[in-house]
Design a protein around this ligand. Sequence first.
Ligand code: 9YT
Length: 132
Amino acid sequence: MIIRRLQDVLGTAQEVRAENWTSRRLLLRDAGMGFSLHDTVICAGTTTEIHYQNHLEAVYCIEGKGFVHVVATGERFLIAPGTVYALDEHDEHLLIAETQMRMVCVFNPPLVGPEVHDENGVYPVLAEAQES
Ligand code: 9YT
């Protein structure tokens, strides 16, 4: 059994900061679960272009308010506590945070650790050896 606490991750390499968000990565590929699990805070008033071409992601909102805008269809969904969105088609989208948002994020395949979005909003697929 693996027990992880948010406080164990804060201030370590598993707390990954980007311009619009901070991702506290509780379980990564080395946990051997087949997915990674993150507690992510999105900064208020930000819009992030995201396109996970190499991963599936499910996102469960537990705090805050925002919108997901689906690029292909123009649809816009309200995201608030109790709402999950799942990018089952690697959907290119904009994440618009009206307030600070807190999200529980699950990635398949699991992230290795340090991934941040490239210029197209994509996470690369990293080998274990590329961790740092
Ligand atoms: C909701 C979302 O995709 N935010 C960007 C950060 C990402 N979820 C992560 O690595 O935790």
